[in-house]
Design a binder for this molecule. Structure first.
Ligand code: PLP
Length: 383
């Protein structure tokens, strides 16, 4: 089996698995208990918080652990809007946000009676255009939420410049960095974010644990009220095992050194161009992209059908965001970035990790060739 679907989720590294196992066995303490068993669990959480803060170059008090990236996005957006509620406000997001931002923003804006402004992602001369964002931001903008890198296309957005514009009107700035962390060097202070979202399973940690970086001084409303955990910012007994694993994963991959996956991705694209020059086309190649992601169009093909055939051969890919795979509608971010319905449905996403190899790329391309030419192979074998 060849796994090129690392933007959907990544395999857990052995060191990361080892970091969480004790908490399913001997270290079962509740981190809020005062005795020694509880204290060891508390120490593990604070170690993980240190690891996260170290990877991001922020203070430990600025990290809140959550149940997933989706929760962190909901917490950031609704928490900020509740804290800044009032009529006549607006929220600015990009048209290619993950549903965990888009739907959270829709819901939160409805709840507090704010206007949601969804900004088209236009590009020219190899760069995403800034003006649609600067035009959408005005004196009533309370929150700007723009992802650093898109999960489907790998496109990197100019968050630093967008946030600079947002700051001039006093808006708070949130970035969904779920796909960027571990793939790009990520220092939220450098690009002016007040909040960023992370999810462990995208960087070789387990599913079901995320984190929100919340800049000191930014006071958002908590969504989960209870026993005062996470300094009153997220109630609920902490998931010690998963948090410990997230910290370990951040320590291992948090520098964002993607030399290996970049080399694999570049090898894939070069070999694809050699072996299938007329059958495949790389989307958004001229734009800044994540080093591990290749969005590839196979003109005239049905991406969902290709996906199924390749899966039968042992190659795991995605047609879009993992949560929307299986639905037959074209991917929203692909359409929002100017692809036609036909082009979007003919697109497959290849996303690599530090664990992939060039041999896997060669094998995957052979599978692809076979799947793309079923009739001619069948016909020639019959004649
Ligand atoms: N944001 C982006 C960009 C993602 O790719 C994902 C996962 O697909 C999420 C948020 C949601 O993260 P989680 O799966 O931890 O809820």
């Amino acid at each position: 089996m060849i796994y090129f679907d690392n933007n959907a989720t990544t395999p857990i590294l052995a060191e990361v698995r080892d970091a969480m196992l004790p908490f399913f066995e001997t270290e079962y303490g509740n981190p809020n208990s005062v005795h020694q068993v509880g204290n060891r669990a508390r120490v593990a959480i604070e170690r993980a918080r240190n690891q996260m803060a170290g990877a991001l170059g922020v203070n430990t008090g600025e990290i809140i652990f959550t149940g997933c990236g989706t929760e962190a996005n909901n917490q950031a957006i609704l928490g900020a809007l509740l804290a800044r509620r009032g009529r006549g406000k607006n929220v600015v997001i990009s048209a290619i946000e993950h549903p965990a931002v888009r739907e959270a923003a829709r819901w939160a804006c409805d709840l507090v009676n704010a206007e949601l402004r969804i900004v088209p992602v236009a590009y020219a001369a190899g760069a995403i255009r800034l003006e649609p964002f600067t035009q959408a931001i005005d004196a009533n903008t309370v929150l700007v939420s723009v992802m650093y890198a898109n999960n489907e296309t790998g496109t990197i957005l100019p968050v630093q410049a967008i946030f600079r514009a947002a700051k001039t009107v006093g808006a708070w700035c949130h970035s969904d960095c779920v796909q960027a962390f571990g793939k790009l060097p990520l220092k939220p202070r450098r690009f002016g974010a007040d909040m960023i979202t992370l999810s462990a399973h995208k960087f070789h940690g387990p599913k079901g644990v995320g984190a929100l970086y919340l800049k000191r001084g930014i006071k958002i409303d908590a969504l989960l009220h209870g026993g005062g955990q996470e300094s009153g910012r997220r109630g609920g007994t902490e998931n010690v095992a998963l948090i410990a694993a997230m910290g370990k994963a951040a320590e291992l991959v948090g520098t964002g050194n993607s030399d290996h996956s970049r080399a694999i991705r570049d090898y894939f694209e070069a070999r694809l161009a050699e072996r299938m020059p007329d059958q495949a086309q790389i989307n958004f190649r001229d734009l800044p992209r994540l080093p591990n992601t290749s969005s590839v169009q196979f003109p005239g093909q049905d991406g969902n059908l290709l996906l199924i055939k390749l899966d039968q051969k042992g190659l795991c890919l995605s047609t879009g965001a993992a949560c929307s795979s299986g639905s037959l509608s074209a991917s929203k971010p692909l359409l929002a970035m100017g692809l036609s319905e036909e082009q979007a449905t003919a697109t497959l996403r290849f996303s690599f990790s530090r664990l992939n190899t060039k041999a896997e790329v060669d094998n995957a391309l052979t599978m692809l060739e076979t799947v793309l030419k079923p009739q001619s192979v069948a016909a020639s074998s019959r004649s």
